[in-house]
Write a protein that binds this ligand. Sequence first.
Ligand code: ATP
Ligand code: MG
Length: 401
Amino acid sequence: MTQKILIINFEEIYLKGKNQKIFIKQLVRNLKRKLTKYQDYLQFTKAQGGSYFIEIIKEIPKDILEDIVHIVKNTPGITGFYVADTAGINMDEIIEKAVAHAQRYAGTFNSFAVVAKRINKSVPFDSMRIGREVGSAINERLGKKVDLTRPDFKLHIKVRGQYTIIYSKIIPGIGGLPVGTSGKAIAMLSGGIDSPVSTFMAMNRGLHITAAHFHSVPKTSPQSIEKVKMLARQLTKFQGQIKLYLIPVLDIQEAIAKHTDSRLRLILLRRIMLKAGEAIARQEKAKALITGDSLGQVASQTLENMKATEAATNMLVLRPLVALDKKHIIQTAQQIGTFEISILPHDDACGLFTPKSPETKAQLKYVEEQCRKLPVDELISQALAKSEIVIISDTSLIKPD
Ligand code: ATP
Ligand code: MG
Protein backbone atom coordinates (compact mmCIF):
# COMPACT_ATOMS: atom_id res chain seq x y z
CA MET A 1 0.00 0.00 0.00
CA THR A 2 1.00 3.58 -0.56
CA GLN A 3 3.08 4.65 2.42
CA LYS A 4 3.33 8.36 1.92
CA ILE A 5 2.39 10.88 -0.72
CA LEU A 6 4.16 14.04 -1.75
CA ILE A 7 1.47 16.48 -2.81
CA ILE A 8 2.99 19.02 -5.17
CA ASN A 9 1.65 22.55 -5.66
CA PHE A 10 2.73 24.84 -8.45
CA GLU A 11 1.10 28.22 -8.20
CA GLU A 12 3.13 30.16 -10.71
CA ILE A 13 2.45 27.55 -13.34
CA TYR A 14 -1.25 28.12 -12.86
CA LEU A 15 -0.81 31.62 -14.19
CA LYS A 16 0.26 30.33 -17.55
CA GLY A 17 -3.24 29.77 -19.01
CA LYS A 18 -3.24 27.38 -21.88
CA ASN A 19 0.49 26.75 -21.54
CA GLN A 20 -0.20 25.24 -18.15
CA LYS A 21 -0.30 21.70 -19.51
CA ILE A 22 3.09 22.04 -21.19
CA PHE A 23 4.61 23.45 -18.01
CA ILE A 24 3.26 20.68 -15.83
CA LYS A 25 4.36 18.04 -18.30
CA GLN A 26 7.89 19.44 -18.30
CA LEU A 27 7.95 19.67 -14.52
CA VAL A 28 6.90 16.06 -14.15
CA ARG A 29 9.47 15.00 -16.76
CA ASN A 30 12.16 16.89 -14.79
CA LEU A 31 11.08 15.32 -11.51
CA LYS A 32 11.05 11.82 -12.97
CA ARG A 33 14.52 12.32 -14.40
CA LYS A 34 15.91 13.66 -11.12
CA LEU A 35 14.30 10.82 -9.19
CA THR A 36 15.26 8.02 -11.60
CA LYS A 37 17.45 6.28 -9.04
CA TYR A 38 14.48 5.92 -6.70
CA GLN A 39 11.94 4.97 -9.36
CA ASP A 40 11.16 1.60 -7.78
CA TYR A 41 9.66 3.37 -4.79
CA LEU A 42 7.63 5.90 -6.72
CA GLN A 43 4.48 6.34 -8.68
CA PHE A 44 3.50 9.63 -10.31
CA THR A 45 -0.20 10.44 -10.38
CA LYS A 46 -2.12 13.45 -11.57
CA ALA A 47 -4.58 14.38 -8.82
CA GLN A 48 -7.84 16.28 -8.96
CA GLY A 49 -7.73 20.00 -8.33
CA GLY A 50 -4.51 20.65 -10.21
CA SER A 51 -2.01 19.18 -7.80
CA TYR A 52 0.28 16.29 -8.53
CA PHE A 53 1.07 13.26 -6.41
CA ILE A 54 4.30 11.39 -5.99
CA GLU A 55 3.27 8.23 -4.21
CA ILE A 56 5.73 6.18 -2.19
CA ILE A 57 4.46 2.72 -2.98
CA LYS A 58 6.58 0.57 -0.72
CA GLU A 59 8.46 0.64 2.57
CA ILE A 60 11.20 3.24 2.23
CA PRO A 61 14.36 3.87 4.32
CA LYS A 62 14.26 7.22 6.11
CA ASP A 63 17.36 8.62 4.39
CA ILE A 64 15.97 7.88 0.95
CA LEU A 65 12.72 9.63 1.79
CA GLU A 66 14.77 12.60 3.03
CA ASP A 67 16.74 12.68 -0.19
CA ILE A 68 13.54 12.58 -2.25
CA VAL A 69 12.14 15.48 -0.22
CA HIS A 70 15.40 17.37 -0.78
CA ILE A 71 15.29 16.79 -4.53
CA VAL A 72 11.65 17.90 -4.81
CA LYS A 73 12.39 20.97 -2.70
CA ASN A 74 15.09 22.05 -5.14
CA THR A 75 13.17 21.52 -8.34
CA PRO A 76 12.29 24.77 -10.13
CA GLY A 77 8.55 25.20 -10.70
CA ILE A 78 7.45 23.86 -7.32
CA THR A 79 6.17 26.49 -4.89
CA GLY A 80 5.52 24.07 -2.08
CA PHE A 81 4.54 20.53 -1.22
CA TYR A 82 3.22 18.37 1.58
CA VAL A 83 4.49 15.04 2.77
CA ALA A 84 1.22 13.27 3.54
CA ASP A 85 0.66 10.15 5.63
CA THR A 86 -1.87 7.64 4.42
CA ALA A 87 -4.53 5.55 6.15
CA GLY A 88 -7.24 3.18 4.98
CA ILE A 89 -10.84 4.36 4.73
CA ASN A 90 -12.08 3.23 8.12
CA MET A 91 -12.57 5.62 10.98
CA ASP A 92 -10.39 3.86 13.57
CA GLU A 93 -7.37 3.84 11.30
CA ILE A 94 -7.92 7.46 10.25
CA ILE A 95 -7.99 8.52 13.91
CA GLU A 96 -4.84 6.55 14.79
CA LYS A 97 -2.84 7.88 11.85
CA ALA A 98 -4.11 11.44 12.32
CA VAL A 99 -3.12 11.48 16.00
CA ALA A 100 0.30 10.05 15.15
CA HIS A 101 0.78 12.72 12.47
CA ALA A 102 -0.23 15.53 14.86
CA GLN A 103 2.04 14.10 17.54
CA ARG A 104 5.08 14.55 15.30
CA TYR A 105 4.38 18.29 15.29
CA ALA A 106 3.19 18.47 18.92
CA GLY A 107 6.02 20.79 19.94
CA THR A 108 4.99 23.39 17.38
CA PHE A 109 1.36 24.15 18.27
CA ASN A 110 -1.18 24.63 21.02
CA SER A 111 -4.42 25.09 19.11
CA PHE A 112 -5.52 23.17 16.05
CA ALA A 113 -8.29 22.56 13.56
CA VAL A 114 -9.11 19.50 11.50
CA VAL A 115 -10.06 20.26 7.90
CA ALA A 116 -11.74 17.12 6.61
CA LYS A 117 -13.01 16.35 3.15
CA ARG A 118 -14.66 13.27 1.79
CA ILE A 119 -14.05 12.71 -1.89
CA ASN A 120 -15.09 9.07 -1.76
CA LYS A 121 -18.80 9.45 -0.88
CA SER A 122 -19.33 5.73 -0.36
CA VAL A 123 -17.78 5.62 3.13
CA PRO A 124 -20.31 5.38 5.97
CA PHE A 125 -19.29 8.67 7.65
CA ASP A 126 -19.21 12.29 6.54
CA SER A 127 -16.53 14.94 6.82
CA MET A 128 -18.18 16.53 9.86
CA ARG A 129 -17.82 13.27 11.75
CA ILE A 130 -14.17 12.89 10.74
CA GLY A 131 -13.48 16.39 12.02
CA ARG A 132 -15.30 15.75 15.27
CA GLU A 133 -13.78 12.36 16.08
CA VAL A 134 -10.22 13.19 15.06
CA GLY A 135 -10.52 16.54 16.84
CA SER A 136 -11.55 15.01 20.13
CA ALA A 137 -8.90 12.28 19.90
CA ILE A 138 -6.13 14.87 19.46
CA ASN A 139 -7.63 16.96 22.23
CA GLU A 140 -7.77 14.06 24.67
CA ARG A 141 -4.52 12.34 23.81
CA LEU A 142 -2.23 15.28 23.07
CA GLY A 143 -3.87 17.91 25.29
CA LYS A 144 -4.28 20.42 22.44
CA LYS A 145 -7.31 22.64 22.09
CA VAL A 146 -9.56 23.01 19.08
CA ASP A 147 -9.71 26.48 17.51
CA LEU A 148 -11.58 26.64 14.24
CA THR A 149 -10.98 30.33 13.57
CA ARG A 150 -7.27 30.91 14.23
CA PRO A 151 -5.56 27.56 14.79
CA ASP A 152 -1.75 27.28 15.08
CA PHE A 153 -1.94 23.98 13.25
CA LYS A 154 -4.25 22.80 10.49
CA LEU A 155 -4.58 19.09 9.95
CA HIS A 156 -5.98 18.19 6.54
CA ILE A 157 -7.70 14.86 6.08
CA LYS A 158 -8.99 13.75 2.70
CA VAL A 159 -10.77 10.48 2.12
CA ARG A 160 -10.09 9.56 -1.47
CA GLY A 161 -10.77 6.37 -3.50
CA GLN A 162 -9.26 3.56 -1.47
CA TYR A 163 -7.24 5.53 1.05
CA THR A 164 -7.13 8.64 3.17
CA ILE A 165 -4.40 11.27 3.09
CA ILE A 166 -3.34 13.22 6.14
CA TYR A 167 -1.12 16.28 5.91
CA SER A 168 -0.37 19.56 7.64
CA LYS A 169 2.79 21.61 7.16
CA ILE A 170 3.69 22.80 3.68
CA ILE A 171 7.37 22.51 2.77
CA PRO A 172 8.36 25.51 0.66
CA GLY A 173 9.90 24.77 -2.74
CA ILE A 174 12.16 27.12 -4.67
CA GLY A 175 9.40 28.29 -7.00
CA GLY A 176 10.34 29.61 -10.43
CA LEU A 177 9.61 27.76 -13.65
CA PRO A 178 10.40 24.19 -14.69
CA VAL A 179 13.81 23.82 -16.31
CA GLY A 180 13.41 23.66 -20.06
CA THR A 181 10.19 25.65 -20.39
CA SER A 182 12.06 28.83 -21.36
CA GLY A 183 14.43 27.10 -23.80
CA LYS A 184 18.16 26.51 -23.65
CA ALA A 185 21.12 28.74 -22.78
CA ILE A 186 24.86 28.51 -22.35
CA ALA A 187 26.11 29.65 -18.93
CA MET A 188 29.66 30.98 -18.71
CA LEU A 189 30.82 29.32 -15.53
CA SER A 190 34.03 30.47 -13.85
CA GLY A 191 35.19 29.25 -10.46
CA GLY A 192 34.07 32.51 -8.83
CA ILE A 193 31.15 33.36 -6.58
CA ASP A 194 28.97 35.10 -9.14
CA SER A 195 28.57 32.84 -12.16
CA PRO A 196 27.21 29.82 -10.23
CA VAL A 197 24.53 32.17 -8.84
CA SER A 198 23.67 33.57 -12.28
CA THR A 199 23.53 30.02 -13.63
CA PHE A 200 21.14 29.00 -10.86
CA MET A 201 18.94 32.06 -11.48
CA ALA A 202 18.75 31.22 -15.18
CA MET A 203 17.75 27.63 -14.40
CA ASN A 204 15.12 28.89 -12.01
CA ARG A 205 13.55 30.95 -14.81
CA GLY A 206 13.05 27.82 -16.85
CA LEU A 207 16.27 27.74 -18.87
CA HIS A 208 17.98 24.45 -19.52
CA ILE A 209 21.68 25.14 -19.03
CA THR A 210 24.79 23.85 -20.70
CA ALA A 211 27.87 25.24 -18.94
CA ALA A 212 31.09 26.49 -20.53
CA HIS A 213 34.31 26.94 -18.59
CA PHE A 214 37.54 28.35 -20.01
CA HIS A 215 40.80 27.29 -18.39
CA SER A 216 44.53 27.86 -18.77
CA VAL A 217 45.84 24.44 -17.75
CA PRO A 218 48.78 23.70 -17.47
CA LYS A 219 49.53 27.33 -16.45
CA THR A 220 46.71 27.10 -13.97
CA SER A 221 46.27 24.04 -11.76
CA PRO A 222 44.07 21.07 -12.72
CA GLN A 223 42.29 21.69 -9.39
CA SER A 224 40.76 24.81 -10.91
CA ILE A 225 38.87 22.48 -13.25
CA GLU A 226 37.91 20.13 -10.41
CA LYS A 227 36.46 23.12 -8.62
CA VAL A 228 34.27 24.05 -11.57
CA LYS A 229 33.09 20.44 -11.79
CA MET A 230 32.18 20.62 -8.10
CA LEU A 231 30.21 23.80 -8.74
CA ALA A 232 28.42 22.22 -11.67
CA ARG A 233 27.69 19.16 -9.54
CA GLN A 234 26.14 21.38 -6.91
CA LEU A 235 23.97 22.99 -9.60
CA THR A 236 22.68 19.59 -10.74
CA LYS A 237 20.49 19.61 -7.66
CA PHE A 238 18.28 22.11 -9.48
CA GLN A 239 18.48 21.03 -13.10
CA GLY A 240 19.57 17.43 -12.88
CA GLN A 241 22.33 16.43 -15.28
CA ILE A 242 24.50 19.24 -16.74
CA LYS A 243 26.74 19.14 -19.78
CA LEU A 244 29.97 21.04 -19.12
CA TYR A 245 32.38 22.19 -21.83
CA LEU A 246 35.98 22.67 -20.70
CA ILE A 247 37.79 24.86 -23.19
CA PRO A 248 41.55 25.54 -23.09
CA VAL A 249 42.40 29.21 -23.68
CA LEU A 250 46.10 29.41 -22.96
CA ASP A 251 47.03 29.69 -26.65
CA ILE A 252 44.47 32.45 -27.07
CA GLN A 253 45.82 34.31 -24.06
CA GLU A 254 49.33 34.08 -25.42
CA ALA A 255 48.23 35.43 -28.79
CA ILE A 256 46.41 38.30 -27.11
CA ALA A 257 49.44 39.11 -24.93
CA LYS A 258 51.74 39.06 -27.92
CA HIS A 259 49.74 41.10 -30.39
CA THR A 260 47.43 43.53 -28.64
CA ASP A 261 47.31 46.50 -26.26
CA SER A 262 47.84 45.08 -22.77
CA ARG A 263 45.11 47.31 -21.30
CA LEU A 264 42.54 45.42 -23.36
CA ARG A 265 43.64 41.87 -22.54
CA LEU A 266 40.68 40.99 -20.39
CA ILE A 267 38.11 42.47 -22.71
CA LEU A 268 39.59 40.68 -25.69
CA LEU A 269 39.62 37.39 -23.82
CA ARG A 270 36.00 37.89 -22.71
CA ARG A 271 34.99 38.67 -26.28
CA ILE A 272 36.56 35.45 -27.45
CA MET A 273 34.85 33.56 -24.63
CA LEU A 274 31.50 34.93 -25.75
CA LYS A 275 32.17 34.06 -29.37
CA ALA A 276 33.17 30.53 -28.36
CA GLY A 277 30.00 30.43 -26.24
CA GLU A 278 28.06 31.40 -29.35
CA ALA A 279 29.59 28.50 -31.28
CA ILE A 280 28.63 26.12 -28.48
CA ALA A 281 25.14 27.62 -28.44
CA ARG A 282 24.72 26.82 -32.13
CA GLN A 283 25.79 23.26 -31.46
CA GLU A 284 23.43 22.91 -28.51
CA LYS A 285 20.56 24.83 -30.11
CA ALA A 286 20.70 27.37 -27.28
CA LYS A 287 19.39 30.89 -27.71
CA ALA A 288 21.25 32.95 -25.10
CA LEU A 289 24.49 33.30 -23.16
CA ILE A 290 24.42 33.81 -19.39
CA THR A 291 27.17 35.61 -17.50
CA GLY A 292 27.69 36.56 -13.85
CA ASP A 293 28.48 40.21 -14.56
CA SER A 294 27.20 42.68 -12.01
CA LEU A 295 27.31 46.36 -12.85
CA GLY A 296 30.23 48.18 -11.27
CA GLN A 297 31.23 45.23 -9.08
CA VAL A 298 34.76 45.30 -10.37
CA ALA A 299 36.38 48.07 -12.37
CA SER A 300 36.01 46.04 -15.54
CA GLN A 301 32.26 45.64 -15.29
CA THR A 302 31.38 49.12 -16.50
CA LEU A 303 28.76 49.90 -19.12
CA GLU A 304 31.51 50.69 -21.62
CA ASN A 305 33.29 47.38 -21.02
CA MET A 306 30.11 45.34 -21.06
CA LYS A 307 29.17 46.94 -24.36
CA ALA A 308 32.64 46.42 -25.87
CA THR A 309 32.54 42.79 -24.74
CA GLU A 310 29.06 41.82 -25.85
CA ALA A 311 29.47 43.50 -29.23
CA ALA A 312 31.58 40.46 -30.15
CA THR A 313 28.44 38.37 -30.49
CA ASN A 314 24.98 38.70 -31.99
CA MET A 315 23.61 36.42 -29.35
CA LEU A 316 21.39 37.57 -26.55
CA VAL A 317 23.61 37.97 -23.47
CA LEU A 318 21.69 37.74 -20.18
CA ARG A 319 23.19 38.96 -16.92
CA PRO A 320 20.89 37.86 -14.12
CA LEU A 321 23.07 39.57 -11.47
CA VAL A 322 23.44 42.93 -13.17
CA ALA A 323 21.60 44.93 -10.49
CA LEU A 324 22.31 42.81 -7.43
CA ASP A 325 24.81 43.86 -4.80
CA LYS A 326 27.53 41.54 -3.62
CA LYS A 327 25.88 40.89 -0.26
CA HIS A 328 22.75 39.58 -1.94
CA ILE A 329 24.77 37.45 -4.38
CA ILE A 330 26.75 35.91 -1.52
CA GLN A 331 23.55 35.15 0.40
CA THR A 332 22.14 33.33 -2.60
CA ALA A 333 25.43 31.48 -3.14
CA GLN A 334 25.20 30.31 0.48
CA GLN A 335 21.60 29.22 0.08
CA ILE A 336 22.27 27.19 -3.05
CA GLY A 337 25.44 25.68 -1.58
CA THR A 338 27.99 27.05 -4.06
CA PHE A 339 29.64 29.65 -1.82
CA GLU A 340 31.84 27.23 0.13
CA ILE A 341 33.12 25.77 -3.15
CA SER A 342 33.64 29.17 -4.81
CA ILE A 343 35.88 30.43 -2.01
CA LEU A 344 38.27 27.50 -2.25
CA PRO A 345 41.62 28.88 -3.43
CA HIS A 346 42.05 28.50 -7.15
CA ASP A 347 43.71 30.21 -10.07
CA ASP A 348 41.38 31.45 -12.74
CA ALA A 349 42.20 31.79 -16.42
CA CYS A 350 41.48 35.53 -16.28
CA GLY A 351 43.66 36.19 -13.24
CA LEU A 352 46.59 34.76 -15.09
CA PHE A 353 47.33 37.68 -17.28
CA THR A 354 45.62 40.67 -15.76
CA PRO A 355 47.43 43.84 -16.84
CA LYS A 356 48.61 46.39 -14.25
CA SER A 357 46.02 48.93 -15.35
CA PRO A 358 43.15 47.29 -17.20
CA GLU A 359 40.90 49.47 -19.31
CA THR A 360 37.73 50.46 -17.48
CA LYS A 361 36.13 52.54 -20.23
CA ALA A 362 36.88 50.64 -23.40
CA GLN A 363 36.05 52.30 -26.71
CA LEU A 364 34.38 49.77 -28.97
CA LYS A 365 36.10 51.04 -32.09
CA TYR A 366 39.55 50.66 -30.58
CA VAL A 367 38.67 47.22 -29.13
CA GLU A 368 37.55 46.05 -32.56
CA GLU A 369 40.72 47.42 -34.12
CA GLN A 370 42.84 45.45 -31.63
CA CYS A 371 40.70 42.37 -32.16
CA ARG A 372 41.46 42.43 -35.87
CA LYS A 373 45.09 41.77 -35.04
CA LEU A 374 44.11 38.27 -33.99
CA PRO A 375 42.98 35.31 -36.09
CA VAL A 376 39.90 35.08 -33.86
CA ASP A 377 37.92 32.44 -35.74
CA GLU A 378 40.92 30.19 -36.09
CA LEU A 379 41.85 30.54 -32.41
CA ILE A 380 38.30 29.67 -31.40
CA SER A 381 37.98 26.63 -33.63
CA GLN A 382 41.35 25.33 -32.40
CA ALA A 383 40.31 25.80 -28.78
CA LEU A 384 36.95 24.13 -29.34
CA ALA A 385 38.61 21.24 -31.13
CA LYS A 386 40.70 20.69 -28.01
CA SER A 387 37.81 21.14 -25.60
CA GLU A 388 36.50 18.36 -23.44
CA ILE A 389 32.86 17.68 -22.67
CA VAL A 390 31.86 16.16 -19.35
CA ILE A 391 28.42 15.18 -18.16
CA ILE A 392 27.91 16.09 -14.54
CA SER A 393 25.15 14.10 -12.95
CA ASP A 394 25.92 12.88 -9.49
CA THR A 395 23.36 14.43 -7.21
CA SER A 396 24.02 11.83 -4.56
CA LEU A 397 27.30 13.52 -3.65
CA ILE A 398 25.43 16.58 -2.48
CA LYS A 399 24.64 16.93 1.18
CA PRO A 400 21.07 17.96 1.94
CA ASP A 401 20.91 21.38 3.63
P1 ATP B 1 32.67 35.28 -11.17
O1 ATP B 1 32.56 35.33 -9.68
O2 ATP B 1 31.51 34.60 -11.81
O3 ATP B 1 33.99 34.79 -11.66
P2 ATP B 1 33.54 37.95 -11.28
O4 ATP B 1 32.83 38.95 -10.46
O5 ATP B 1 34.83 37.40 -10.79
O6 ATP B 1 32.53 36.78 -11.62
P3 ATP B 1 34.72 38.30 -13.81
O7 ATP B 1 35.80 37.41 -13.40
O8 ATP B 1 35.02 39.64 -14.37
O9 ATP B 1 33.70 38.62 -12.68
O10 ATP B 1 33.81 37.52 -14.85
C1 ATP B 1 32.59 38.00 -15.33
C2 ATP B 1 31.83 36.85 -15.94
O11 ATP B 1 32.53 36.30 -17.08
C3 ATP B 1 31.72 35.67 -15.00
O12 ATP B 1 30.64 35.82 -14.10
C4 ATP B 1 31.50 34.50 -15.95
O13 ATP B 1 30.16 34.44 -16.40
C5 ATP B 1 32.40 34.90 -17.13
N1 ATP B 1 33.72 34.28 -16.92
C6 ATP B 1 34.82 34.80 -16.38
N2 ATP B 1 35.86 33.94 -16.38
C7 ATP B 1 35.39 32.80 -16.93
C8 ATP B 1 35.95 31.50 -17.21
N3 ATP B 1 37.21 31.21 -16.91
N4 ATP B 1 35.15 30.57 -17.79
C9 ATP B 1 33.85 30.84 -18.07
N5 ATP B 1 33.28 32.05 -17.85
C10 ATP B 1 34.02 33.00 -17.28
MG1 MG C 1 35.89 35.75 -11.81
